[in-house]
Design a protein around this ligand. Structure first.
Ligand code: TXA
Ligand code: MG
Length: 339
């Protein structure tokens, strides 16, 4: 298969919508990360998403709509909690889990009777969904297990030859996947932290179940379950920035010269490392975790491009967007050191 790469525009969106209607796969930009889309009502098309990504068969997809009115096709019941969330955050980087209607095949939800639904803010995404005339099922457009793509080039690198088309809309705004919230009950449950923060959700809904790590995510050190991972081995060092820099420098000094190591630092701490010996990248401003979120996945890929074998990452405080950044770093980590 030859993968078409086209700048997002009126003509290319029409071509992409035709491909979706015919059961093909199109990668498209959203304000979070690039998605790999197929007609959510076409089981055969949805199966192609799993094949192209090498995605495990038990990880359900998010269904994207272009207008709130399309919700009633997909869910039989918009709960009170969902209504509040929709009014506050749609269109935007929030996925809401609700019961599904039979129009959504089991292939999308992996047999669950619920479905994650999102109305993205990105104009290209919405034009594509509207022009297709069907809801679009889309996971992030990376090879399964790799960092989510925040640029069209990332999608091309992972999926060239495996999908029909990529709509290039440049770099995405948020850089982290959407917040996922289960809104089936009165008190919503945070399933994946994102740019719509736990604090914002709690404020909107009055209450929130948010202790994600207590839901049964594998314990931190040496965890087997890896995700969002670069090819390099990532060690996350959790502690105050200066102590983390000291600990990382101590490990780096003991390394055999010749093995390329990388440091994921911040604007404030990048100067504490030896740039002549290591690949030191600053994710963003420590005091504005959303800036780290915007760059995180692109930087993890950059370490790979620069042949880094081992990455040492500093931690952020787990508040606001920092919770989402730390969630992704913990999942990418082969090892976590707590100072
Ligand atoms: O920002 C995003 O969310 C991007 C863009 C393309 O929309 N999509 C994305 O999809 O990140 P994906 O497949 O990489 O992540 C979907 C997440 C997974 O953690 C999945 O388990 C969860 O949503 N999810 C989907 N449907 C669900 C359901 N019915 N119940 C619980 N979790 C669900
Ligand atoms: Mg993903």
């Amino acid at each position: 298969m030859i993968t078409l790469l086209k700048k997002a525009g009126t003509c290319s969106v029409i071509t992409a919508a035709d491909i979706i209607r015919q059961g093909g796969l199109v990668a498209f930009p959203t304000e979070t990360v690039y998605g790999l889309g197929a007609d959510a009502t076409n089981a055969a098309a949805v199966r192609k998403i799993f094949a192209a990504k090498g995605r495990p068969a038990d990880n359900p997809l998010i269904v994207h709509i272009s207008n709130v009115d399309e919700l009633r096709l997909i869910t039989p019941e918009v709960t009170t909690a969902a209504e509040k969330l929709i009014a506050a955050y749609w269109p935007g980087p929030l996925t809401i889990v609700l019961r599904k209607t039979p129009i959504i095949p089991d292939e999308v939800t992996c047999g669950l009777d619920t479905v994650g639904i999102r109305l993205p803010a990105d104009k290209t995404a919405r034009r594509l969904i509207a022009a297709s005339g069907v809801p679009i099922a889309a996971p992030s457009a990376n090879k399964s297990g790799r960092p989510s793509p925040t640029r069209a080039e990332h999608v091309l690198r992972d999926l060239d030859g495996k999908i029909d088309m990529i709509l290039d809309g440049g770099a995405t705004v948020f850089g982290l996947e959407s917040t996922v919230v289960d809104a089936l009950e009165d008190v919503p449950r945070l399933l994946r932290p994102g740019s719509v923060t736990a604090e914002m959700l709690r404020e909107t809904c009055g209450n929130l179940v948010s202790d994600i790590e207590a839901y049964g995510v594998p314990p931190s050190p040496g965890m087997k379950y890896r995700h969002y991972a670069p090819r390099a081995r990532l060690t996350l060092v959790i502690g105050e920035p200066e102590s983390a820099a000291q600990a990382i420098n101590k490990i780096l000094r003991a390394k055999t010269p010749g093995v390329t190591a990388g440091v994921l630092a911040s604007a404030q701490t990048a100067g504490l490392y030896d740039k002549t010996r290591h690949v030191v990248l600053a994710a963003g401003d420590r005091n504005r975790p959303e800036t780290a979120g915007a760059n995180l996945f692109a930087l993890l890929r950059e370490f790979d491009e620069r042949n880094v074998r081992e990455i040492f990452a500093e931690s952020l405080e787990e508040t606001g967007a920092g919770l989402a950044v730390m969630n992704r770093l913990k999942k990418a980590a082969a090892e976590i050191i707590r100072l």
